[in-house]
Design a protein around this ligand. Sequence first.
Ligand code: FAD
Length: 371
Amino acid sequence: MMVKNAIVIGAGIGGLACAAALARRGVAVTLLEQAAAITEVGAGLQVSPNGLAVLRALGVADAVQRGGAVRARAVVLRAEQSGDTVARLDLTRLDADQRYLFVHRADLIAVLARAAAQANVSVELGKRVRAVIPGDLPTVELEDASTRRAELIVAADGVQSRGRAALNGADDPAFTGQVAWRATVPALGDPAPEATVTMGAGRHIVSYPVKGGSAINMVAVQERKTWAAEGWHHADDPQNLRAAFSGVRGPAADLLARVGDVALWGLFRHPVAPVWHRDGVVLLGDAAHPTLPFLAQGANMALEDAWVLAQQVTRQDVARGLPAYQAARGPRVSRVIAAADGNAWKYHLRPGPLRWAAHAALRTGSRLAPG
Ligand code: FAD
């Protein structure tokens, strides 16, 4: 029998999309989010046609496009020193309904939160989950010492997932030897709707417009031996960013000069969780399979997960639906994660034959879209 009620943990992109998808299929959904408010956190992300297909199925694609998304025209890879174009992925060649968007995370979250509310999802903010307990009637324990039960518990609680800990024990992420700064800078004039990857030895910068073209999102990745903390909330001094990218020329140099607030975090490789479900508890999005940002697929994979999970547990009972969900999603997310891993080193090569060969491969390859 189809699931009647569910708890979703985490009002990120995956949790909100899953809550809305389940509720639209007749499930009574409670969404628990630790933050006291759904506010402007994060910066830009990219919605590729696969993610947009889920947004369309949820009935929110137009709202996302009206809500500050920029329709991307191209992804352009440039050499840091010469400014020469190494490769250009022309996104105007996509079919009319296959749009590629640059979106501010807060804008996407706002649209998904409205969709969840319209589908009668009960959203409870300021509710931090302490533990998830699989069982006949799976349970969540909250930090406020209360407990909740539902037939299905979806842990969409990101890289520090309590659900992942319950099903798989402690996660063992490995520092990649790369850190990333993220900043948004007010746009000057009317920026081209393109993502630019400025590639240099041991470092690269990705930039693209968000917020209807009024701001530029910038992510700057540097190889380094020293560790930096994982997470989205670590402010840094913009001078450190400028020092790390001294010598960069062209439009990226102009952006670097204008950076004000900047966040720094370490990039960690997490193994895909071996176990995604047990006794009514299931993992979704980063909770199951965090990915490096080099293919811009973290949010898109969470959206795909949300749609497939909602389908599987409403077409059949939970005991059959959860293995079907992992079987459908596991191989795909593993391939995507491997492709993202593969992009990083290609962007950072020192001059020489290997760089020449890698850039030639980038020119002809499809694994271009950066995060
Ligand atoms: P997430 O987006 O990480 O969402 C997880 C949610 O669960 C969060 O809302 C979190 O507060 C909540 N949560 C976590 N633990 C608990 C708990 N114990 N109890 C209750 N709630 C809990 N990606 C980008 O590409 N660009 C960005 O600028 C960017 N900014 C981000 C900012 C923040 C604050 C976060 C949390 C993530 C950000 N990401 C960003 C990551 C990106 O959104 C995800 O990689 C991707 O969308 C997959 O989303 P997800 O729903 O699986 O997880």
